[in-house]
Design a protein around this ligand. Sequence first.
Ligand SMILES: [Fe+2]
Ligand SMILES: [Fe+2]
Length: 171
Amino acid sequence: MINERIAKLINDQMNFEVESAYLYFAMAADLDCRDLDGFSNWMKIQGQEELQHVTRFYTYLVEREGRPFFTGMPAPQKEWESPLSIFQAALVHERKVTDRINKIITAAHEEGDHATVNYVNWFINEQIEEEANVKTVIAQLKLIQDSGQGMFMLNKELAARQLTVPPAQTQ
Ligand SMILES: [Fe+2]
Ligand SMILES: [Fe+2]
């Protein structure tokens, strides 16, 4: 059975993953307003991935005889200055997530909770990927600057991103 301290950290993270999804859907809406449907597709998939993370933490709590509780959350920002500032804000957010994941694992070590260390380790690799993916888009946006042709091409490229569903037993 999971101890109270770790259960709270996992539950907080589950709620933070909902908040992440919320933020990315708000960013997708801003991108759609700019007629950047490919950029918006990328961000919506990012949001859907966050919902998969919610399910991971939820499932883990239940399996360890914990209980998921959903809390309220602040409304996300509505508008950003530019597509670049959206992706820069996404990177700041992902770094915050990485920091939180590290703190959960540190706490799990302190509590001798090897099951949590093992389970949450999946998120260590996931966060490396998450940060790298956002950084790639930022680098491309910086290369293009304000070129319409560049934006057209990148929008097309980001339209191709698809949601990958992880195997059921690890979801
Ligand atoms: Fe996440
Ligand atoms: Fe993420």
